[in-house]
Design a protein around this ligand. Structure first.
Ligand SMILES: *Cc1c(COP(=O)(O)O)cnc(C)c1O
Length: 456
């Protein structure tokens, strides 16, 4: 760097003057000043003031192997020196792109043998839409174009991603969603289930898909997309009855089923993919975050053989990105996934640290703020409500979550707030001692929040 900055304030000044941040209020952030993160090791990151912070969110749900895995840096350096870039468009490939595709076929469920690469989760969802449209064209059913998703889903921030997503605060800033993207109720039993049991409600929520397909006409519906567990929406874990019923409805009406595995994929829920945790078999899977442990940008759409077989008869697919199959990203993803497999990391999430994490999380049910605890594997949420008996939310949803998130920030623990739900999704390599530290700090921040609003 050719500019020397002598203090945090100078970094903050230059950042405020020149850097527009995602999902942030530009003016407010400039005034508060950003935190400058300098390095990381395991489940910890450090800022330039020397503060050590426990990362309960694995970056943005992605740093599965934790920070500071030197092998991954070495793989990247080696590939950069050998071949930093070549494309995969013109009858060419690179060894890492092909090797990773082969490995992905091994670790994904049966019938998934082909990947289309991108660089982000949003791109993979855009690619998925293009593939799905192409599929129905190739089948001679060109009227099947509409994609159905859920309210409060997150599928990325490109225009197609934001259209599929069900975030009202994103749609407001468009004209979004684009035509041809429809939304149904999310399977949020705690707030929407009324007197129904979780499984009764799961069937009812899945039934919304059938209603929507009938309303639109099955001959116009191309696909249904959902996250096995909604991540950014608040770690919403659907009832066990939900996904099998969704699958049944998709099959009944000849609608492709897409699992957005961007968060759940690569071990987060204790299986390789979230669809395996919830017992359904999608036709396409989009994936990104855990794929390279966040060390480099990469994403992919896994396409089932039954879809690939149709696409094979349809000539050129006029879609792709300059960085589809980027050799350095592919090399790092291959190394990441090999580590996950060879070190038994997913098994550890399923049988050891995952159950421990969930047990510790359940203990928050005795907290005066916490109405519901949800989770699976190493992902979880604490839903803070005004009235635990009636599930009544706070009046201004998000205010209490913001108070709690600010305490987390001050106290060197990273938790995310969605509305008034506090979310956790730590690196998959977290130890039980580190889980204890995370839970103790989380409880301290919830206590401070309860005090602030006069509850204790
Ligand atoms: C983060 C996310 C995306 C978008 O991924 P980007 O890499 O940010 O484009 C898509 N789907 C889900 C479920 C996500 O969590």
């Amino acid at each position: 760097m050719n500019v020397t900055r002598n203090s945090t304030a100078e970094w903050q000044r230059d950042d405020a003057d020149h850097h527009l941040h995602p999902f942030s209020d530009i003016a407010q952030l400039s005034e508060k000043g950003v935190r400058v993160i300098t390095h990381g090791e395991g489940v910890y990151i450090w800022d330039c003031e020397g503060e050590k912070i426990i990362d309960g969110m694995a970056g943005l749900w992605c740093v599965s192997l934790g920070y500071g895995r030197k092998e991954l840096a070495d793989v990247a350096a080696k590939q950069m020196n050998a071949l930093p870039y070549y494309n995969t468009f013109f009858q060419t490939t690179t060894m890492p792109a092909t090797a990773l595709a082969t490995l992905l076929a091994e670790v994904t469920p049966d019938g998934f043998n082909n990947v289309f690469y991108g660089s982000s989760g949003s791109e993979s969802n855009d690619t998925m839409v293009r593939l799905v449209w192409r599929y129905w064209d190739a089948k001679g059913q060109s009227s099947k174009k509409t994609i159905i998703a859920r309210e409060n889903a997150y599928h990325g921030s490109t225009i197609a991603g934001a259209s599929m997503g069900g975030m009202g605060y994103m749609h407001e800033q468009g004209p979004l969603p684009l035509p041809g993207f429809e939304h149904i109720e999310q399977p949020h039993w705690y707030f929407n289930g009324g007197d129904l049991t979780s499984d009764e409600y799961g069937l009812q929520a899945a039934g919304r898909l059938e209603e929507k397909i009938l309303e639109l006409g099955a001959d116009t519906v191309a696909a249904f997309i959902g996250e096995p567990i909604q991540g950014a929406g608040g770690v919403i874990v659907p009832p066990d009855s939900y996904w099998p019923e969704i699958q049944r409805i998709c099959q009944k009406y000849d609608v492709l089923l897409v699992s957005d595995e961007v968060i759940c994929g690569f071990g987060r829920t204790g299986e390789w993919f979230g669809c395996q945790s919830f017992g359904f078999e999608p036709d396409l899977m989009t994936m990104a975050k855990g794929m390279s442990s966040g060390y480099l940008p990469i994403s992919g759409v896994m396409v089932h053989d039954r879809v690939v077989d149709v696409l094979k008869g349809s000539g050129d697919f006029n879609h792709g990105y300059t960085y589809s199959g980027h050799p350095v990203s592919c090399a790092v993803a291959e190394a990441t996934i090999s580590i996950m497999r060879d070190e038994g990391i997913i098994d550890r999430v399923k049988n050891d640290v995952g159950p421990y994490f969930q047990k510790r999380l359940q203990e928050f049910l005795d907290h005066p703020l916490v109405g519901q605890v949800r989770g699976r594997g190493l992902i979880g949420a604490l839903e803070m409500v005004k009235d635990k008996a009636t599930h009544q939310p706070f009046d201004n949803v998000g205010d209490v979550g913001t108070i709690c998130k600010n305490h987390c920030f001050e106290n060197n623990i990273i938790m995310r707030a969605t509305g008034d739900a506090m979310l956790l999704s730590p690196p998959l390599v977290i130890t039980k001692d580190e889980i204890d530290e995370l839970m103790n700090k989380a409880r301290m921040c919830l206590d401070m929040t309860a005090k602030d609003i006069g509850l204790i």
